[in-house]
Design a protein around this ligand. Structure first.
Ligand SMILES: *[C@@H]1O[C@H](CO)[C@@H](O)[C@H](O)[C@H]1NC(C)=O
Ligand SMILES: *[C@@H]1O[C@H](CO)[C@@H](O)[C@H](O)[C@H]1NC(C)=O
Length: 475
């Protein structure tokens, strides 16, 4: 998932905490929610056109007549009349040209004289159904609306794009957009011939305890159990300090800014949630040597506490003059900004509160990140950000509705290929049965979207070849 490079609004400055380093949550979040990464060739990206299509604000209410413009990208470099359309589905990120200028889907479009498209998900990137992100405006942000946008896009392209009227359509997605591939095939089976879902979380679950368990297992697998133990002991030591009225020592160690209250549950939960998410970022985006490198850094110090805190300080944004604002209110203030700012956290968190949960909590004892980010932390955030109706039971009911509607781990779809990385904690919410999905050893989240390469492991190569073979069958 690549780099937005878009300005981040640091509302902390407006609040007068001018010493604060307000980018920490934003950077960690980006790492976990970026557009799935594919190496890009800038020259080829020049072939991609940026276009807009009119969409209904509400596909499910005929009295609602407002419309908006959805962004999409097209690359026709290989297209010959009658060839298929390959669509990469945008998820919770801004779309970029590189995704359809390189990679395995691009290579398949070349093989089949296909048209390449990349659709942007409503409320992300430049696709703004309404001018702001107020609580009220967010009511039209829902995957069902986004799938209906895609159905309209496909129908419109087939009706208007020269040479496409009889073409078959293949859809591809990574992470959330891979879940969309599955759900689109289920909801609109006649519009697409097949799909490839890389790292698709299909089961909505509020207290997603498995995430940190797999993150821990991946650290053991790649970085060794010494590293896992050090993280576990370092975090336990910090927790004990808070419990024994030595919270101010942790505050000094991690250079936390003044508003951080060592006796506030929400502040402490926010800190430990962020610490664990920094490790999630390392695991989820792992490529050769990444987890190992972090473990080396942590192990290089003389003690658990020093090894852990030195690493965290470097991740918080190395600076001796600044403090790190990890207070709960600082985070809520940033997320309460209803302007489109380049950050997508307000939108994505709303979707989790309203559709999926997927809170990566400390609810399991079989993980190294301690006990201080319970599900209550996340559900409190939902209510504080979007309104008091977002109680835990409401969020659970919404997640259950999602599973009911899309079938959870039994989506009953044909012609969808599921792949996962073994190291990827998200796979716990996906289909992992060997007969239905491919788990690629020692790879992370969405790691298989690039072209077939001599650097691929045998299993990686086999999975990519399987996709190509299935696409030949479907077309
Ligand atoms: C449908 O849209 C109309 C016009 O915006 C609105 O007044 C009405 O409340 C909407 N109905 C539902 C069920 O959302
Ligand atoms: C959204 O809801 C939250 C929580 O109730 C509230 O604090 C906030 O003022 C609301 N914001 C907008 C812009 O509607």
């Amino acid at each position: 998932m690549t780099h937005y490079g878009v300005g981040v609004i640091i509302t902390l400055l407006a609040l007068g905490f001018s010493q604060a380093n307000g980018n920490i949550f934003e950077r960690t979040f980006k790492k976990l929610h970026e557009e799935p990464y594919v190496p890009t060739n800038q020259n080829r990206a020049d072939e991609v056109q940026t276009l807009w299509i009119e969409q209904k604000l509400d596909h499910f209410n005929d009295s609602e007549t407002r419309t908006w413009q959805m962004r999409y990208l097209l690359n026709d470099v290989f297209f010959k009349a009658g060839g298929p359309m390959f669509i990469y589905l945008g998820g919770e990120w801004a779309i970029s040209k590189g995704r359809i200028s390189e990679g395995h889907m691009y290579d398949m479009a070349k093989e089949h004289n296909g048209l390449l498209a990349y659709t942007e998900h409503r409320y992300y990137g430049e696709s703004h159904p309404l001018p702001d992100l107020s609580n009220d405006s967010l009511q039209f942000l829902h995957v069902k609306q986004a799938l209906a946008d895609l159905a309209h896009f496909i129908k419109t392209q087939k009706a208007s794009y020269k040479g496409l009227s009889d073409s078959k359509v293949i859809i591809v997605g990574g992470s959330y957009s891979a879940a969309m591939v599955t759900w689109f095939k289920r909801t609109y089976p006649d519009l697409v011939a097949g799909g490839w879902a890389s790292s698709a979380p299909l089961f909505a679950k509020v207290d997603f305890v498995e995430y940190k368990e797999i993150a821990g297992q991946s650290i053991v697998l790649m970085g060794g159990s010494d590293c896992y133990n050090r993280i576990q002991k370092g975090i336990a030591e910090m927790e004990a300090m808070f419990a024994n009225k030595r919270g101010s020592e942790v505050k000094a160690l991690l250079k936390l800014c003044e508003p951080f209250d060592v006796y506030s549950d929400l502040d402490v939960w926010n800190l430990f949630s962020e610490i664990s998410d920094i490790f999630s970022g390392v695991v989820q985006t792992h490529n050769t040597g990444q987890i190992e490198g972090v473990c080396q850094k942590i192990m290089a110090e003389g003690s658990d506490l020093v090894g852990l805190s030195k690493f965290l300080l470097s991740e918080f944004g190395e600076s001796t003059s600044k403090c790190n604002d990890l207070s709960y209110n600082a985070m809520i203030d940033t997320l309460s900004d209803t302007r489109y700012s380049g950050s997508v956290r307000r939108q994505w968190l709303f979707q989790t509160c309203n559709e999926y949960g997927w809170y990566q909590t400390s609810g399991s004892a079989s993980q190294p990140f301690g006990t201080k980010f319970p599900v209550t932390f996340y559900t409190t955030m939902c209510a504080d950000l979007y309104g008091p109706q977002f109680s835990k039971s409401f969020i659970e009911a919404r997640a259950a509705e999602t599973n009911e509607y899309f079938g959870g781990l039994t989506p009953k779809v044909e012609n969808v290929y599921f792949s996962h990385g073994q190291l990827d904690p998200w796979r716990a919410m996906g289909i992992q049965d060997e007969k239905q999905a491919t788990i690629i050893p020692k790879h992370a989240h969405c790691a298989d979207l690039g072209s077939i390469s001599i650097d691929d492991t045998a299993e990686m190569r086999a999975s990519k070849e399987r996709v190509a073979e299935l696409v030949r069958e479907w077309l």
